[in-house]
Design a protein around this ligand. Structure first.
Ligand SMILES: [Zn+2]
Length: 325
């Protein structure tokens, strides 16, 4: 079996042909023309698809999974990625359906990138064999998804598990989502760098004021940099505790660029979680790093699309609901 997958993010558009054991057979990538028009963006997606279609295995493709930065509306097939301004309620599924090169019978299956990452970690990564898990990515933003009762829980529009927009501060600052005091406003890479700068931290000479630089100086012992990471970890811990109280989790999986700082994030995260998750059924929750890193979006999109097109597919995923068609 050969599955096709596309993963659309704010900086790159990746595509792959994936086999039924989750191996990437061929991979294509273009930079995301994020400041260009809706049509130029679609052309970039098409260029990635065209490159995959040039592979001899394209004819064997049975499904196409499309993961996109959110928000997405899988129920109607539209995307409105925060970091891609020209796409607002953009009818991505309808436009891809109109592409002549899609193999016969293949209908694009749209999923949010957090849900895709979660499906991938459940299929082949850190959440393999786990029935109830929260998986999320901490990078430019904070996005995630849920495994409940052994299956990805996508929600009606494909956005369930969006821990980044749980409010953890009643009087917090306004969030671009329209809410207030969201986890993302404390824990995204952008937020960590902004917090560090606001408290007087300065990047070393010649280095950019990014979360990666904050991380490097934190490892060297800079107290302001460490405090910014601690605050991010605390917000994440509160969001995890809320989720664990609602649905009972067995495992939490954390991926993304900021999570690659390792113990700098994981140590305070586990410490604060002990403070916020105090009920018997939420205590001692395991928090582990994601395993699949960069290609999780592609692998998860392939798995969810495969399951949608063939319920007998071995990947442990349910078919997306009728809505996602
Ligand atoms: Zn928000």
């Amino acid at each position: 079996m050969v599955y096709a997958a596309i993963d659309i993010g704010g900086t790159k558009i990746a595509g792959a042909l994936v086999d039924d054991s989750g191996r990437l057979l061929v991979r294509a990538q273009r930079p995301t023309p994020a400041r260009e028009s809706a049509e130029v963006l679609l052309d970039a997606v098409a260029a990635v698809l065209d490159e995959l279609a040039a592979d001899t295995r394209w004819e064997a493709v049975t499904c196409l999974g499309v993961a996109s930065a959110g928000p997405v509306d899988a129920a109607v097939g539209t995307v409105s990625p925060v970091n891609i301004p020209a796409w607002r309620d953009f009818p991505l599924v309808e436009r891809l359906r109109a592409r002549p090169l899609l193999p016969r019978g293949v209908d694009p299956v749209l999923v949010g990138d957090g849900v895709a990452m979660t499906a991938a970690e459940h299929w082949l990564g850190a959440a393999r064999g786990v029935d109830n898990a929260l998986c999320f990515v901490v990078s430019t933003g904070v996005g995630g998804g849920l495994i409940l009762d052994g299956r990805p829980h996508t929600g009606r529009t494909g956005n369930a598990g969006h821990i980044g927009h749980i409010s953890v501060d009643l009087e917090g600052t306004a969030c671009p989502c329209g809410g207030r005091g969201c986890v993302e406003g404390f824990a995204s890479g952008t937020a960590i760098a902004a917090r560090a700068l606001a408290t007087g931290w300065q990047p070393p000479e010649g280095q950019p004021p990014t979360a990666a630089t904050v991380a490097r100086t934190a490892v060297d012992g800079d107290p302001l940099a460490r405090a910014a990471f601690d605050r991010a970890a605390r917000a994440l811990a509160a969001g995890i505790a809320a989720t664990a109280s609602l649905v009972e989790l067995d495992l939490v999986v954390v991926g993304g660029g900021v999570a690659q700082s390792g113990d700098l994030l994981f140590a305070p995260l586990r410490r604060h979680l002990a403070e916020y998750a105090a009920l018997d059924f939420t205590r001692d929750l395991r928090v582990v790093p994601a395993r699949l890193a960069l290609d999780a979006g592609l692998i998860g999109a392939a798995a969810l699309a495969a399951r949608a097109s063939d319920a007998s597919h071995p990947a442990p995923h349910p078919p997306p609901t009728e809505n996602s068609r």
